[in-house]
Design a protein around this ligand. Structure first.
Ligand code: NAP
Ligand code: MG
Length: 401
């Protein structure tokens, strides 16, 4: 069988620890036998980030802008322990944060559904994709612990020196105050990414805030989304047969629980933080969550939602057997290859991606899985495989399909 030929290279961002081991296995067993793989390779492993003063991370993001599609392995975000472990020159920033800032992107997270792993919410038969606005609000706040009696004010000073002033509260005793902000530019980017991704995946887009209480702040989010929708996206949404739906955050929560899934839920920063953990947990397992960063200009970076699975890596280093689930990392590759196929008009690449994803799902549904999946599966007698044998089992399924 001849291999599928690619036109444009994928930006390949290699990473750390157990996921770096899986990365190599996935390429060798599941991709290179079928595709004449063309990538521009960037080693985002912590050692190389340190050696290049983190320039490699910036370069990989710039390359993503140039080519349009990237696939990323999980990477270590250094903390004090990592600085010691890897003898780092400094505590380098989170690569995902750096890449997101350069691409000005929004992260969309969705679960991979398989029979036998039943969501806690029984009626969720389709995936719910969460889009979290990753800038501002309480994550860039300024806080004061008020010591006692006094007046708290909100003041904006324009460049010409003029002021807008509001009283926050006249304190009779001690208390707390907090200042938060967002920018129209960031909200607009977020909205573009959400509308684009909805059209891309042909799913309804829900957006929720608390605009009835926050009549200026949250209302501004609602207005920006609505204006963009009316002026730029409405016709395309109607053509695609999908809808944009705005509702209050508390109403959204109730509707989401009653729904069957199958839509994108765009959330403000804090709501997205909380709701993405709730949705991920309810669907079952972090190792079955995919993640894609979409820029407002339509540039895509695919990855798994989980980290580098450090605990398994240390076992691997000691020569012990691991049973790490590679499905979310495989889906990062298939997501990126499918997108490359769509952009370059290579239907074989799209078909390969669809088939490989089905092979992953079928392997688990046939009862062959890694340890963590077996613990949450309703499958009667699952065969628990080690990391490599699980990937080989997927290849076997793929070949017989
Ligand atoms: P993690 O790598 O997601 O792993 C946490 C635990 O979840 C694992 O110990 C394992 O549980 C389970 N798990 C996660 N993925 C799994 C998989 N594919 N198969 C089987 N089990 C899986 O999170 P962490 O240990 O908190 O973080 C490790 C490193 O990853 C950190 O240095 C962090 O900075 C980095 N990180 C990177 C990203 C990213 O690049 N996107 C995201 C998050 C974290 P058991 O040990 O119980 O089996
Ligand atoms: Mg969180």
């Amino acid at each position: 069988m001849s291999k599928i030929v690619m036109k444009t290279p994928l930006v390949e961002m290699d990473g750390d620890e157990m996921t770096r081991i899986l990365w190599g296995m996935i390429k060798e067993e599941l991709i290179e036998p079928y595709i004449e793989l063309k990538t521009e390779y960037y080693d985002l492993g912590l050692k190389n980030r340190n050696d290049t003063d983190d320039k490699v991370t910036v370069d990989s993001a710039e390359a993503t802008k140039k080519y349009g599609v990237a696939v990323k392995c999980a990477t270590i975000t250094p903390n004090a322990a990592r600085v010691k472990e890897y003898d780092l020159k400094e505590m380098w920033k989170s690569p995902n944060g750096t890449i997101r800032a350069i691409l000005d992107g929004t992260v969309f997270r969705a679960p991979i559904l398989v029979k036998g792993i039943v969501p806690y919410v029984k009626n969720w038969t389709k995936p719910i994709t969460i889009a979290r606005h990753a800038y501002g609000d309480v994550y860039k706040n300024v806080e004061i612990k008020v010591p006692g009696k006094g007046k708290a004010e909100l003041v904006f000073t324009a460049e010409d020196g003029s002021e807008i002033r509001e009283t926050i509260h006249q304190f009779d005793g001690s208390g707390i105050i907090q200042g938060i902000h967002n920018t129209d530019a960031s909200i607009t980017s977020f909205a573009h990414a959400c509308f684009k991704y909805a059209l891309d995946t042909k799913q309804d887009l829900w957006f929720s805030t608390k605009d009835t209480i926050s009549k200026k702040y949250d209302h501004n989010f609602k207005d920006i989304f609505q204006d963009l929708y009316d002026n730029e996206y409405k016709a395309d949404f109607e053509k695609a047969g999908i809808e944009y739906f705005y509702t209050l955050i508390d109403d959204a929560v109730a509707r989401v629980i009653r729904s069957e899934g199958g839509f994108i839920w765009a959330c403000k920063n804090y709501d997205g933080d909380v709701m993405s953990d709730m949705v991920a947990t309810a669907y079952g397992d972090l190792s079955m969550m995919t993640s894609v960063l979409v820029s407002p200009k339509g540039v895509y970076e695919y990855e798994a939602a989980h980290g580098t699975v450090q605990r398994h890596y240390y076992k691997h280093l000691k020569g012990e057997e691991t049973s790490t689930n590679s499905i979310a990392t495989i889906f990062a590759w298939t997501g990126a290859l499918r997108k490359r196929g769509e952009l370059d008009g290579i239907s074989e690449l799209v078909e390969y991606a669809d088939k490989m994803e089905k092979a992953c799902v079928k392997t688990v549904e046939d009862g062959k899985m890694t340890k963590s999946l077996s613990l949450i599966s309703t499958c009667e007698n699952p065969v628990i495989l080690n990391s490599m044998d699980f990937i080989k089992a997927i290849r076997n399924t793929f070949d017989t399909m």
